[in-house]
Design a protein around this ligand. Structure first.
Ligand code: UD1
Length: 341
């Protein structure tokens, strides 16, 4: 029988790509998403790629009663991958309580359901934001967790601690937190991709929307950082590579290959790329020009961070396979598809 996995936030950007990879690997996928930051048509995209439409519950996982209904309706659930969360750094500064409530109540509800309904494995969507600005680069999992710059960042730090403590108190359950660096790109079929509401906050959707003419120009937030070209450095990885890491992490737990009942892995390419290099990669990969100008630094941005992914390479036998240029090309394919160009 297929292993059944609940994917919260499964119509979102990373969730939908992960649902595709899970289905391709033979999992029975159940999605819970309140469509706060995603669209119901994403389910059609998943079906177009895999031939299977996952069962779907339009529920808010902060609602314990509704969440319990899903577990009762679904019977035995083997695992949960928990993506559903608010994720805008700036907004979290303006609406801290909304962020703490939404991101932490949902997690605690899921942990309680796991206990009540005998679900043994959890994979949690965390972020490199937990490291703040590290003293040494690349960052390993043992680098210190730093003061977060935003309530969003704290929800990831506290979320990890809640899971760690819950797992320490439980014998029958295990969990992995995956600390993502900067996911970009879209599924190569262009059936699913990133669907930002309104003006994008993240770099790559802003690049593609500028190239297609939706935005006048990209603002590069600062060129006076202590980096070779003065712009900030990040570790960009393709969303399909990231999605595949979830499948191997889940199997590690379900097959009992984990070395502790709570583990943490960095997921990145292991290479630092500046904002200006990212723009150049997009232009090279697509032949399109991106209008940009350099403006002031964005508050809360860290100067440079990239991953040491060797623990994930070794333990999960996972590594990124898609290059930055290929990732940019898929982002562009997706942008053209959704604008009918
Ligand atoms: C941040 C967080 C990440 C979080 C994500 C959610 C860190 C290190 N990362 O990603 O954990 O999940 O927000 O949104 O804290 N840029 C521009 N112009 C733009 C947009 C971005 O120059 O219009 C630059 C930024 O200054 C940054 C880079 O592009 O240097 C990437 O920015 P973005 O895509 O927003 O991701 P992070 O801020 O790295």
């Amino acid at each position: 029988m297929k292993n059944k996995v609940i994917v919260t936030g499964g119509t979102g950007y990373i969730g939908s790509h992960t649902a595709v990879e899970l289905i391709a690997d033979g999992f029975d996928v159940v999605i819970i998403d309140n469509l706060y930051n995603s669209d119901i048509t994403v389910l059609d995209g998943i079906q177009a790629i895999t031939g299977i439409k996952p069962r779907f519950y339009d529920y808010d996982i902060c609602d314990r009663i509704k969440l319990n209904e899903v577990f009762i309706a679904e019977g035995k659930v083997d695992a949960i991958i928990h993506f559903a969360a608010y994720k805008a750094v700036g907004e979290s500064v303006r609406k801290p309580l909304e962020y703490y409530r939404n991101n932490l109540v949902s997690l605690m509800n899921l942990l309680e359901m796991m206990e009540q309904h005998g679900t043994s494995a959890l994979v949690f969507s965390s972020s490199c934001t937990v490291y703040g600005q590290p003293d040494t680069l690349p960052v390993t999992e043992s680098s210190p967790v730093r003061e977060a710059v935003s309530p969003y960042g704290y929800t990831k730090q506290i979320g990890e601690i809640i899971i760690r403590d819950a797992m320490a108190a439980r014998q029958m359950q295990k969990a992995i937190s995956l600390r993502y660096f900067n996911p970009i790109g879209a599924h190569p079929t262009a059936y699913i991709g990133e669907l930002p509401h309104g003006v994008p906050e993240n770099l790559v959707p802003f690049i593609t929307q500028t190239a297609i003419g939706l935005r006048d120009e990209l603002r590069v937030f600062g060129n006076d950082y202590n980096t070779p070209d003065g712009s900030c450095i990040r570790d960009y990885l393709h969303v399909v590579d990231l999605a595949k890491a979830h499948v191997v992490a889940l199997k590690r737990l379900l097959e009992g290959q984990n070395k502790a009942n709570y583990e943490v892995f960095n997921l990145g390419m292991g290479k630092g790329v500046s904002v200006l290099e990212a723009i150049a990669a997009f232009e090279r990969a697509t032949g399109e020009k991106v209008r940009y100008s350099v403006t002031a630094r964005r508050p809360g941005d860290i100067e440079k961070i990239w991953a040491d992914p060797s623990l994930a390479n070794r333990e999960l036998k996972w590594k990124t396979e898609i290059t930055l240029d290929e990732a940019m090309e898929t982002a562009w394919r997706w942008e053209k598809k959704i604008r009918n160009k």
